[in-house]
Design a protein around this ligand. Structure first.
Ligand SMILES: [Zn+2]
Length: 431
């Protein structure tokens, strides 16, 4: 089997660490900490233009990281890469433990648009955020993850669902989607105790928690020739990793480079830390503070953003769902995504700009456009581009089975995307 590219190995580790958007931001911040980035807080005073690389987080699932350029942004603009840290799946309801017969089941809410059927009969665990503290104190957030497969959502047996292969698998989202946690003898406190244990904390200090259902299976290299990565969460933790990793690899960029990764894209981005919030705007304005708001207004038209999100790879078993001339292949290189209805932010000039970054990196690009009789997804690209007035291009790596619990990507594409994003962030390609 050929050797796996180093970028793909790094990605697989990141996918395993990133059980939730908060875990993804913790892993990304760890990468930046090891490289000596300063950690800033939105609550503190920021004096002057930054002279050192830094990052700032908002909520637990969003992060903006900046590497200052040789010239200030009001002279040369920003080179931005944006991605999202969340993925579709299931969130625990408040008071999630409920008894059905003698079994303790979990009440869950659907988050975003997962392909729900793929979550049945999988080895699942729970992960999330918990807050600990005494009454009257601001509680401290902690991340948690339970070890091993602690629950499963069970399909009915073939014998109890005879039509399943011909009529399709149907289910009720409230009644049939409850992960089974314990067969008998559980109390509502058991889950709280397990979460406190996972945080090495006392259960009586637990002020609250939020939980996600998480697929346990780690990423694997797949295919007879080892050409693919099989994993959950590729959309869009792969591009979260690519955004932060390409920024982390920069040395003395000509312009100010920014990687921004946001929570809540799968549910529309309109949260206090999502792409529709003022998080990125506030960071850019504060960087421009030596030149005032005027500095920001001069920087914006000199800037360009790559909205990096998964692209649909050609699936040979569903040939008719793809435009014949624009069907990206795994390991064929990054994909420029186009939609005339502007569900993607790409325009002719920004498409040419991304292609030029790829040419400079020695990487081939592909293109994707949906068929007129197929719907088209969207990204954070149009949201940020329209609100801030920054020209943007939507691009991503080819991905199979997007929104399935187990997606697939090519082992070669990740390193290629990082090379292109680095060319973009170095700021040497004219805008
Ligand atoms: Zn996505």
């Amino acid at each position: 089997m050929p050797e796996i590219p180093a970028a793909a190995v790094e990605l697989m580790k990141f996918l395993a660490e990133s059980a939730t958007s908060a875990h993804a931001v913790e892993a990304a911040a760890g990468m930046l900490d090891r490289l000596g980035f300063d950690r800033r807080s939105e609550r503190e005073r920021w004096d002057g233009a930054p002279s050192k690389p830094f990052y700032v987080t908002r909520g637990l699932g969003s992060l903006v990281a900046v590497v200052p350029g040789a010239s200030p942004p009001w002279e040369s603009g920003f080179r931005i890469v944006g991605a999202h840290t969340d993925y579709p799946g299931f969130r625990l309801k408040p008071s999630p433990v409920r008894m059905k017969g003698s079994s303790a089941m979990l009440g869950v809410e659907v988050y975003g648009s997962p392909i729900i059927a793929t979550w049945f009969d999988r080895d699942l665990t729970l992960a999330g955020t918990a807050w600990f503290g005494k009454p009257g104190e601001a509680p401290e957030p902690r991340l948690w993850r339970l070890e091993g497969p602690v629950c499963r959502i069970s399909m009915p047996a073939m014998h109890l669902n005879r039509g399943v292969n011909d009529e399709g698998f149907t289910f009720n989202k409230e009644e049939n989607l409850c992960p089974m946690l314990v067969l008998s003898g559980v109390t509502a406190d058991s889950l709280a105790r397990a979460i406190a244990d996972a945080c090495s904390e006392r259960p009586d200090r637990l002020a609250g928690f939020a939980g996600h259902v998480v697929d346990c299976q780690p990423a694997a290299v797949g295919g007879l020739a080892g050409e693919m990565i099989f994993s959950g969460r590729i959309d869009n933790l792969a591009m979260t990793h690519a955004a932060v990793r390409s920024l982390a690899g920069l040395r003395n960029p000509a312009t100010t480079a920014v990687a921004c990764v946001f929570d809540n894209e799968e549910v529309g981005s309109s949260t206090f830390s999502g792409a529709a919030s003022n998080f990125l705007d506030a960071v850019l304005e504060r960087i421009c503070s030596p030149a005032g708001r005027e500095g920001l207004f001069r920087a914006i038209p000199r800037s360009v953003m790559v909205s990096a999100d998964a692209a649909h790879a050609f699936n040979p078993c569903y040939e008719g769902r793809f435009d014949r001339e624009n069907r990206p292949l795994l390991n064929g290189g990054p994909v420029i995504k186009v939609n005339s209805m502007q569900r993607y932010s790409t325009s002719a000039p920004t498409s040419a700009y991304f292609a030029e970054c790829a040419r400079a990196a020695g990487v081939q690009v592909q293109s994707y456009v949906s068929r007129n009789d197929m719907p088209c997804g969207s990204t954070i690209g149009p949201i940020i581009s329209s609100r801030l007035g920054i020209a943007a291009v939507d691009a991503g790596n080819p991905t199979l089975s997007m929104h399935s619990v187990r997606e697939a990507a090519g082992v070669e594409d990740h390193g290629m995307m990082i090379s292109v994003l680095m060319k973009h962030m170095e700021g040497c390609i004219p805008v």
